[in-house]
Design a protein around this ligand. Structure first.
Ligand code: BTN
Length: 266
């Protein structure tokens, strides 16, 4: 990969149409985890909108304590936000990010991506991007939120271990050529800032978009929550971003968080 392909701060800032997201960018060739570095920066007082990007992560983190494989060619980035909302509203930020990533990929790459609840971006049913949101604060206030975004951009998924490979895809694989990473990162920052500003006024427009992009509604799903597993039809998403399941006995169950597995399109 040549220098021109790197996600250099100067390249990303060229023509970037944002007010605060990406005004400060920390770019690394290699790092353990952009989320961990962003948390250190946030703890030291870094401003809202600060971004950390790395070409490679040596210890990339996924949800549920899983490892996130992060070779060169991907987009591995984290963003610091300082929202003035109560902690129970934080899951909405993940949905906002999901909508923003999906919109950016649709606009820049022209691909028909969908969102698996709560925050996996799918292409043809396979995972293209994951989002890991980490938060610091107390019961009433959020000090900061770090949103980690991992996009399998120009990554060869065939090198992934078999159990991940089967359910994963990359932009390069689907486009059959390299995806333009810099315009994609710029569009993503712009979409995120726009949607975050909309959310400060009203979450409803974001929720409407999220539902339009949902790959989960209309599926029979299994939700794993710690040792428990619930099966039901995903019939909607409520105003807090919770998934609504209709169980076999016809009762409704509201799921706030968990791992979602699509079993069958109904
Ligand atoms: C998931 O399990 O779906 C979430 C994956 C999140 C990966 C991204 S890559 C950038 C950031 N840094 C990390 O260590 N993880 C997130």
């Amino acid at each position: 990969m040549g220098v021109s392909d790197l996600l250099l701060t100067s390249e990303i800032k060229k023509g970037l149409q944002t007010k605060y997201i990406g005004k400060e960018i920390h770019h690394f060739k290699e790092i353990d985890s952009t989320n961990d570095f962003a948390k250190e920066l946030a703890f030291k007082g870094a401003k809202e909108g600060t971004v950390v990007i790395s070409e490679v992560q040596k210890a990339g983190k996924g949800r549920f304590g899983k490892t996130w494989i992060s070779p060169s060619g991907g987009i591995w980035m984290s963003l610091i936000l300082r929202p003035k909302i109560s902690p129970h509203q934080a899951p909405k930020l993940t949905l906002i990010t999901g909508v923003s990533v999906a919109e950016a990929i649709r606009q820049v790459c022209g691909l028909n991506v969908k969102i698996k609840w709560p925050n996996d971006i799918l292409l043809n049913g396979k995972k293209l991007c994951g989002i890991l949101t980490e938060m610091s604060g107390d019961m009433d206030t959020i000090e900061y939120v770090v949103i980690g975004i991992g996009i399998n951009a120009n990554v060869d998924v065939d090198i992934f271990p078999a159990e991940i490979r089967e359910g994963a895809t990359s932009l390069k694989k689907e486009l059959k050529k390299d995806a333009p990473r810099i315009p994609l990162v710029q569009r993503l920052m712009e979409e995120l800032e726009k949607n975050y500003e909309i959310f400060k006024e009203d979450f409803l427009p974001i929720l409407t978009k999220y539902k339009e992009l949902s790959a989960t509604i209309g599926n029979l799903v299994r939700i794993n929550i710690k040792d428990e597993s619930i099966v039901g039809e995903a019939i909607g998403i409520d105003s807090d971003g919770a998934l609504i399941l209709e169980l076999a006995d016809g009762s409704l169950k509201r799921i706030i968080a968990g791992e979602c597995i699509h079993l069958q399109k109904l």
